[in-house]
Design a protein around this ligand. Structure first.
Ligand code: MN
Length: 728
């Protein structure tokens, strides 16, 4: 940014042109300078300097970009139509059709009002794009014009500074980026950032300043080592090795937007190696990876897959002996010109580059946007198209609360959910982006607000197809882990069921309590430490039961039949279910308590075989059952069920619930107990002196586990202070 101090004069411009190897029409350029100086002679810049300094400075920038004679002339004249009496016709006569057309284009863009609101900004972009589509040189002049105005922004009133900086950040820098003109884009961003967040700017600047000495030494020593090593290799032309430091805004984006510490930004330091051929690029990459340790997942091949703005290079991040990571960019000269000058390379290196296609590609991009815009008339979409290119590697999406989640390009809403929390991922059933429902495979764009919709079902897990959809490795591994764990449970259940089935078929009846001992030999043989391991192995097919059944049978007869010990009865036993319901003639089935009548232990109940959802339990006086009986409908689907033997298993417990007294408290307690199918024998409640209430409730529970479970749930009721079990 020391460009501010450059003295601009036509003599120096002439000298620069003569020093360069590009052909210019010097007379025409001098003529345009003289015309402009005369036209603007009464005007001054805000800095107090003669106005002509500005068009001269813009011409300098464009000369550096390698633009042609007409572009330089148009830059000299770009403000004369707007700010002086000069007419377009006059320019046409003196400098030709092209120069007049360029000046007209720049003037039109200049009339687009300053950024005010989001909608207006979109409209501005649309107009700029329309002007661009006539002749791309118009926008290149405009970018140079904006760059000089940004360099001298400190002379403008404070309120203008912010508005101009915002417009630069939101519109001009993204356009420069999209056109691939890195030099202009970086400087525009740094300048705008300086006005938009001066504190952050200064902070980063100071940190960089403090480390400048170390950094230079470090980069130079690395460069030296690479240079020596590359000298051993036969290159078409000696490779060029540069050191570079990321722009301040570039660091800001990484540090502040991704919440990483300054030291975690790997690519503050970068080495750039420019070689002659694509083959040499990959060859050099091999040498670099041989010299330094590459950081996993930091290698990017933009040669085979160029960025949207045609950028090509190999990027890798490596660590040297010093333990400091740095990025290495490897590219050919062609790629380098395109990286630095983007679309302007078309003029600067007209002959050297096979760039006709690239140039056409860029123009095609502009045309596409304009065409799309004409169809949809959705100006916001245009802004988004440009903005989303700001970060071609990362997508920044937001939670409804405004938390930013950084994801790689192509990440889906599922990646987003898992990035928030593993459980959010497991429980997601859908997502809304900017308020609209989207499919699971929806790919996120920068700036979108994502709301994850969660399932109310506790047991809900991910879907196997997600593995093919998600982009991030984190999401993938979390989903895999879930399935591994989940499948184990499934395998155990299936394995156990299979074993029980085979035992029954072979008239083997081993009491549950003896099972581990009975199977000990086989478990040992298959390296299973626990019974569950053994069942799981059967479940997934690791152990083939058919191969060991004969031995098990022999074992059974030896242990139970041939001894004095009486073999346990082979009578089919009624299968217990954890829900406390016994279904006549059916074992191990899914039990569901119907919502219509909410049966509780002790009620007379009956079961209904649903289609695919197990058996639903109704009270015998439930209206649904009564109707079925009356209409004699599907009676074959009703089965007799009974409560598991309550007398032996259930026992009473009395709980003391202390709570802030509030309306509906007792009802909440009763509802909770009834929802958990817990029978209330009696309950009393009284008011305590301190305004609290004491509820005493005697319930029937199946065991201590269930009791603790109930206590935990009761404690969550609003206002409840404590829940304790009374002595008796
Ligand atoms: Mn201007």
């Amino acid at each position: 940014m020391n460009n501010k101090d450059i003295v601009y004069s036509i003599d120096i411009l002439m000298q620069k042109i003569l020093d360069g190897d590009k052909q210019y029409d010097l007379n025409k350029i001098v003529k345009s300078y003289e015309f402009s100086a005369e036209a603007h002679k009464e005007q001054k810049r805000d800095s107090g300097e003669p106005y002509i300094i500005h068009p001269l400075a813009v011409s300098f920038i464009l000369l550096e970009l390698g633009m042609d004679t007409d572009t330089i002339c148009a830059a000299m004249l770009h403000d004369v139509v707007e700010d002086t009496d000069t007419s377009l016709d006059e320019l046409k006569k003196l400098f030709g059709e092209d120069v007049a057309m360029l000046v007209d284009g720049v003037t039109k863009i200049g009339k687009i009002p300053l950024y005010t609101k989001e909608e207006q900004q979109a409209e501005n972009v649309r107009k700029i794009l329309l002007a661009m589509s006539q002749d791309i040189r118009v926008i290149i002049i405009k970018l140079a014009d904006r760059l000089h105005n940004m360099r001298t922004l400190n002379h403008r009133p404070a309120n203008k500074q912010r508005a101009t900086a915002l417009e630069t950040m939101n519109i001009y820098a993204p356009i420069a980026h999209r056109l691939g003109i890195r030099a202009i884009k970086d400087e525009l961003e740094d300048l705008a950032f300086h006005y938009l967040d001066p504190f952050a700017y200064r902070e980063i600047e100071q940190v960089m300043e403090k480390r400048r000495g170390d950094r230079q030494m470090f980069i130079e020593s690395i460069q030296q080592r690479i240079r020596m090593r590359l000298e051993e290799v036969d290159y078409t032309k000696k490779p060029q090795i540069d050191g570079r430091v990321k722009s301040i805004y570039g660091i800001y984006k990484k540090v502040y937007m991704t919440q990483r510490g300054f030291d975690e930004i790997y690519d503050k330091y970068a080495i750039r190696i420019i070689v002659s051929t694509v083959f040499e690029c990959y060859n050099t990459l091999g040498i670099i990876h041989d010299m330094f340790k590459p950081i996993p997942n930091r290698f990017k091949d933009y040669i085979s897959t160029p960025k949207a703005n045609m950028y090509q290079s190999l990027h890798t991040t490596v660590i040297g002996r010093e333990g400091i990571p740095f990025e290495v960019q490897i590219r050919t000269w062609d790629m380098h010109y395109t990286a630095e000058y983007g679309i302007a390379a078309h003029w600067k290196y007209k002959e050297g580059i096979q760039g006709k296609d690239r140039f056409e590609n860029r123009l095609a991009w502009i045309r596409q946007i304009i065409e799309a815009q004409q169809e949809t008339n959705d100006v916001e979409e245009i802004v988004r198209t440009i903005k989303s290119d700001l970060a071609t590697d990362d997508v920044f999406a937001f939670s409804p609360k405004g938390d930013m989640i950084t994801l790689p390009l192509g990440a889906t809403v599922i990646d987003f959910a898992y990035a928030i929390h593993t459980q959010v991922g497991h429980k997601m059933t859908g997502a809304k982006v900017d308020g609209k429902l989207v499919p699971m495979e929806y790919k996120l764009k920068t700036g979108e607000i994502v709301e994850i919709i969660l399932s109310k079902d506790e047991g809900k897990g991910p879907n196997r197809t997600w593995l093919d959809i998600v982009k991030t490795n984190e999401a993938k591994s979390k989903i895999r882990t879930w399935f591994k764990k989940e499948c184990r449970e499934e395998n155990i259940v299936n394995g156990k069921a299979e074993l029980e089935r085979e035992f029954k078929r072979n008239l083997i009846h081993v009491p549950e309590s003896d099972m581990e001992e009975f199977l000990a030999d086989d478990m040992h043989r298959h390296n299973c430490e626990t019974l569950d391991d053994f069942y799981a192995a059967i479940g997934y097919g690791g152990i083939l039961l058919s191969k060991m059944l004969q031995r098990m049978k022999d074992n059974y007869i030896r242990r139970y039949v041939d001894t004095e010990k009486e073999a346990p009865s082979l009578e089919p036993t009624k299968q217990k279910s954890t829900d406390g319901i016994i279904v006549e003639g059916i074992e191990n089935c899914l039990i569901k308590f119907s919502q219509c009548c909410n049966p509780l232990p002790g009620d007379n109940v009956i079961g209904f075989i649903t289609r695919g959802h197990g058996i639903s339990i109704h009270k015998t006086d439930c209206v649904n059952y009564q109707n079925a009986v009356r209409d004699n409908k599907e009676m074959e689907r009703w089965v007799n069920v009974s409560w598991e033997d309550n007398n032996t298993k259930a026992y009473r417990a009395t709980l003391d619930i202390v709570s802030y007294d509030r309306k509906g408290l007792l009802a909440d307690v009763a509802i909770l107990l009834s929802e958990n199918r817990i029978f209330i024998h009696e309950s009393t409640s009284r008011e305590l002196k301190n305004g609290n209430a004491d509820i005493s409730v005697t319930i029937s529970v199946g065991g201590i586990e269930q009791l603790n479970n109930v206590i935990a749930k009761l404690k969550k009721i609003q206002g409840v202070v404590s829940v304790t079990r009374s002595g008796k």
